[in-house]
Design a protein. Structure first.
Length: 102
């Protein structure tokens, strides 16, 4: 009967080196995830602060309704177009994007 001989292949890195490498990689990944989370929280905080500032500015305005604002109506008359005309839509109207869920 033949004798079975088995030789293990040589290991390129030891178990200790492998665990060190995995530790370094996971530290880099964790740092990246933490940084991204921090950026998202900061972004949300700044958006909320900006929104609060805009609302405060709106409350201070005497005329907050454009259809009742005489200076805006005079501007429409001087430029010879109506408030809901395509040109007015293109120049003055804002398209809003819902960013309540960030």
């Amino acid at each position: 009967m033949k004798k079975y001989s088995y030789e293990e292949k040589g290991v390129k890195i030891s178990r200790r080196e492998f665990l060190g490498f995995v530790g370094i990689v996971s530290a880099f990944l964790w740092t990246g995830v933490y940084t991204m989370t921090d950026l998202i929280v900061d972004r949300t905080k700044y958006i909320k602060m900006r929104t609060a500032g805009l609302y405060q500015d709106d409350e201070k305005q005497a005329k907050r309704q454009s259809h009742n604002n005489q200076s805006l109506l005079n501007m429409y008359k001087s430029l010879n177009f109506q408030p809901m005309s395509p040109l007015a839509e293109e120049l003055f109207h804002t398209h809003y994007i819902d960013r309540s869920i960030l």
